[in-house]
Design a protein. Structure first.
Ligand SMILES: Cc1ncc(COP(=O)(O)O)c(C=O)c1O
Length: 513
């Protein structure tokens, strides 16, 4: 029996050694008679010509955006055409580009249009489009290393810290957007404040760790808490005041109650602009509670944090400068092309301690490319990363911070203008205070019963979108359907808002008798 077993092992070992010695039958050396191929063109002329045409087309596309409808539905035949089988053989770049122009380019959601105010979408700009092309042309893997992209990103992070009153030594990372920025920040918060080594031991046997946020907080925060293995019950939603800002006293009471019940409160998430109404939490009040209760303060400033740039608006954000971490998007109120968001963490060591790992193949060397390690993977989830920093660097250099300050103030003034028009209209009703750049309102002329208003306003919004007039989105406040206008759009003009008001005042024309 033992002999059979040993015999089998010897045979397997022999086979194994044979397969190491012999070349694998599929890995023949290159046949010198077969030309090697690559993805570069053999003749650069036609691709150069196509590339110039693409660039011209896209510049014209942006130049003429106002002449097109804000949105149009995708026709059935286009959806059918898009539903293609996997291409095994080439159709050629010219033909693929023709399909792009016919099937893709005409059917965006509309966020580069002057009358797009849905959700919180940025607009992009022609210069930023060109920056994206430059980054794609260089195509660095911006993981770190001794290369220019590393130093551009370091500089961009320095500038962002300076712009938002974070200390120069703070940790920071560019990420895909606000949702991931929240996840990164809350991971650091959990690890720094859990009271045990989460990286080593996981969450086993721990008391319930609790985080606190207003009921108006963006859903990405709950997703992050769930993703961190804490369970959605660990995110304690706190009631808001009439202006949709968090009730700080209720928060403080909840923290004390949970602590007495044996749970472990670790963090508070404050809003610098809620997604529904741009409500501002009392960040200073939250920072006081956090100081008293030894809690981490994270501020979700996805769009609102950038209002800090404006001395006029900065008082709304008082206390943001006390946050332990801050997340914000540059593809929202810096109007940059998708995608780019950012997390800043006040103490870089806590940030690094959450993510840093150094496998042998990534360890730094004395000289050469690896004299700089994969530094960005020490501050977030990604190892391989795109050169997002370039579009931020180009934008800030080309325009300067002050132009962004003026544009943000312009959007806030436009929201105030719209709110005034709504208040002066007999047919319209303002549904939430307007502090920043979001206006929630509805069609509610005298005599129409409350129970009909939700359906009516939904119909009005559908008509306005389907006729290509504008793209506001919607939300529901206290059970009431609202048309919601979020202005993070450098192309919007007052006349665009006038048109929206006129079109809303027409009411539910398809259904009203
Ligand atoms: C307040 C707030 N937080 C987080 C997010 C998520 O950001 P992103 O869509 O970039 O992931 C948003 C998106 O609108 C937001 O408004």
């Amino acid at each position: 029996m033992i002999r059979i077993y040993l015999g089998t092992i010897t045979a397997l070992w022999g086979n194994c050694m044979d397969s190491i010695k012999k070349p694998h039958p599929d890995s023949e050396p290159l046949d010198p008679n077969v030309p090697e191929e690559s993805l570069d063109p053999l003749d650069w002329g036609p691709l150069r010509e196509l590339g110039h045409r693409m660039l011209d087309d896209m510049l014209s596309y942006q130049e003429t955006v106002r002449q097109r409808p804000a949105w149009k539905p995708i026709p059935e035949e286009v959806l059918r055409a898009l539903d293609e089988p996997l291409p095994l053989e080439p159709q050629g770049a010219e033909s693929a580009y023709a399909d792009f122009k016919e099937q893709v380019l005409p059917y965006p959601v509309g966020n580069i249009h002057p009358r797009f105010w849905g959700w919180v979408n940025g607009t992009g700009s022609p210069l930023d489009m060109l920056s994206e092309m430059l980054a794609a042309g260089m195509n660095p893997n911006a993981a770190g290393f001794q290369q220019s992209s590393t130093y551009v990103e370091f500089k961009v992070l320095d500038w962002l810290k300076e712009m938002l009153a974070f200390p120069p030594g703070a940790g920071g990372i560019l990420v895909s957007g606000g949702s991931v920025a929240n996840l990164v920040a809350l991971t650091v918060a959990r690890n720094a404040r859990a009271g045990f080594d989460v990286r080593r031991n996981g969450m086993r046997d721990s008391p319930r760790l609790c985080m606190y946020a207003s009921s108006e907080t963006h859903s990405s925060v709950q997703k992050a808490v769930e993703f961190l293995g804490m369970g959605s019950e660990s995110l304690r939603y706190i009631d808001v005041h009439d202006d949709f800002s968090i009730d700080v006293d209720a928060l403080h009471a909840a923290v004390r109650r949970d602590r007495e019940a044996g749970m472990r409160p670790i963090a508070v998430i404050g809003n610098a602009g809620t997604v529904n109404t741009a409500a501002m939490d009392d960040l200073d009040g939250l920072a006081d509670v956090c100081a008293q209760e030894n809690l981490w303060l994270h501020v979700d400033g996805a769009f609102g944090a950038l209002a800090w740039l404006s001395p006029k608006l900065r008082p709304l954000l008082r206390g943001m400068e006390r946050a332990d971490s801050l997340s914000f998007d540059l593809h929202k109120w810096m109007y940059l092309p998708y995608d780019v968001g950012c997390t800043l963490v006040r103490r870089a060591d806590e940030h690094r301690d959450t993510f840093a790992l150094e496998p042998a193949y990534l360890s730094p060397m004395q000289r050469g490319v690896s004299q700089v390690a994969t530094v960005f993977s020490e501050f977030g989830l990604d190892l391989s990363r795109s050169f997002r920093a370039l579009k931020v660097w180009m934008a800030l250099k080309a325009r300067g911070v002050h132009q962004y300050t003026r544009l943000i103030e312009q959007n806030v003034a436009q929201a105030a203008y719209l709110a005034k028009k709504v208040e002066h209209s007999k047919a319209l009703e303002l549904m939430a205070p307007v502090r920043l750049n979001i206006v929630c309102f509805r069609y509610a002329p005298a005599g129409v019963p409350e129970k009909s208003l939700n359906e009516m306003n939904q119909h009005i919004l559908e008509r306005i979108q389907e006729e290509g007039i504008a793209v506001p989105s919607h939300t529901v406040l206290d059970g009431r359907f609202c048309i919601r206008v979020a202005i993070t759009n450098h192309r919007t003009r007052r006349s665009d808002l006038d048109l929206l008001v006129r079109e809303t005042e027409r009411g539910d024309i398809e259904n009203e008798t």
